[in-house]
Design a protein around this ligand. Structure first.
Ligand SMILES: *Cc1c(COP(=O)(O)O)cnc(C)c1O
Length: 415
């Protein structure tokens, strides 16, 4: 099955009993069984079936099975949010005293999470880029994984996944990749060597911002050892399923990070149109970004598929020239940035991305408000920068709207 067919038919599809074309919402907390013996077998993983929705649920399982096939993984676990997907992944493999290496340009919430990990005795060391030289500087016997985003948010730097995987594996570490901005429409990270894929489904997968959710997909390719990952000790016997076995039976279950069946249903529904929406998001973003690049009063436009981007070449090679739906612009001053945002007619002022509607935000005063200036700048956040998540509206309306706002600030707040 190719991608556009997979998003409609892969994994568990519809409902066999009734012929319903969509997997029903099994809005039930628990599942009754015919005998004490049966529930014993299910509860102890000796038989398949459902017992309690915090552990597993048929609607959630349908969503997980479809994502697993799309990502070409071994198994997936859907979570209550993208942040929960990240925290559960890290807590599943890291113990107190361990270290994680992360790129600097990651989502603001992920940076905040790293501070929480510090309180648990887990240290995060940063690299600007995944190169052998940079990794060598921060790696130690305590290092247990490397974390990066395919397209950094909001720096919009693009990682060469194949090359990164090669380097990370040279150090015998697992490569955890947050693919939220690129989505499996642009790239399936496992095919390029990433070991664990994280998607915040709240964004493009859901597509119309109606539910928060996340999903973890394990490739099953990394060889976990009990000596290096003490918390996986009991699960090493499951071989390539070790990571997912601990996640499902322990970390995810005990931290209680399950997604609701209703949200899993909405994600399945959103997923059906991911390809069509992404085509439009990419096209609109490219058109609007290159249009703005030609105007007066803009310090810079940053979008991966523009010729002016440092990542133009890798965007071409890795994503076939598509750059996802997000670009940033710098307008010289915070005042101009604020006035520009306030002047836009269609763009919603909001800390979100990946909606069908165009969204705009000033990251420095919102998502990155808790980070110091140095951290902000390493993540590509500046006082005069605004982030635009381009929707699927008519492009002529968007061009007109952005041009009007720009003309206004150029006139009222001249440089
Ligand atoms: C939004 C986002 C997250 C967090 O996802 P939530 O569903 O909001 O918890 C993680 N990583 C990236 C790249 C994101 O854009």
């Amino acid at each position: 099955m190719n991608f556009d067919t997979q998003i409609l038919h892969a994994g568990i599809s519809g409902d066999i009993q009734t012929g319903a074309t969509l997997t029903p919402i099994y809005q039930s907390s628990a599942f009754g069984r015919n005998s004490a013996e049966e529930i014993e077998r299910i509860f102890n993983n000796k038989a398949s079936g459902f017992a309690y929705t915090r552990i597993s649920n048929p609607t959630v399982a349908a969503f997980e099975s479809r994502i697993t096939e799309i990502e070409k993984g071994l198994a997936s676990v859907a979570t209550s949010s993208g942040m929960s997907a990240i925290s559960m992944t890290l807590l599943n493999i890291l113990s107190s005293g361990d270290e994680l290496i992360s790129t600097t340009s990651v989502f603001g919430g992920t940076l905040d999470l790293y501070n929480d990990l510090k309180n648990l005795g887990i240290k995060v060391r940063f690299v600007e880029e995944i190169t052998e030289e940079e990794l060598s500087k921060v790696i130690s016997s305590k290092t247990k994984a490397v974390f990066a985003e395919t397209i950094g948010n909001p720096k919009l730097n693009v990682i060469n996944i194949k090359e990164s995987a090669r380097i990370i594996h040279k150090f015998n570490l697992p490569f955890i990749l947050d693919n939220t901005i690129a989505t499996p429409y642009l790239i399936k990270g496992i095919e390029f060597g990433a070991d664990i894929i994280i998607n915040s489904t709240s964004k493009y997968i859901n597509g119309s911002s109606n539910s928060i959710g996340g999903i973890i997909t394990d490739s099953g390719n990394y060889k976990w050892s009990a000596e290096k990952y003490s918390c996986l000790n009991e699960y090493i016997k499951f071989g390539k399923f070790a990571f997912v076995a601990r996640l499902r039976n322990d970390t995810y279950r005990n931290f209680g990070s399950c997604i609701s069946p209703a949200n899993a249903f909405l994600n399945l529904l959103g997923l059906e149109t991911l390809s069509l929406r992404m085509q439009r998001h990419c096209k609109n973003a490219h058109t609007l970004a290159s249009f703005l690049e030609k105007q007066e009063g803009i310090r810079s436009v940053n979008y991966p598929s523009l010729k002016s981007s440092d990542y133009f070449e890798i965007t071409n090679n890795q994503f076939g020239g598509k750059g996802s739906g997000i670009f940033t612009i710098r307008l010289y001053t915070k005042e101009r940035a604020f006035e520009f945002i306030n002047r836009l007619k269609y763009a919603i002022i909001i800390t979100n991305i990946g909606d069908t509607k165009t969204l705009v935000v000033h990251p420095a005063s919102t998502i990155y408000a808790h980070s110091d200036k140095e951290t902000q700048e390493k993540a590509g956040v500046y006082e005069d920068l605004i982030r635009v998540s381009v929707g699927i509206e008519d492009i002529e309306d968007l061009k007109e709207d952005f041009l009007n706002a720009l003309n206004y600030i150029n006139k009222e707040y001249p440089l």
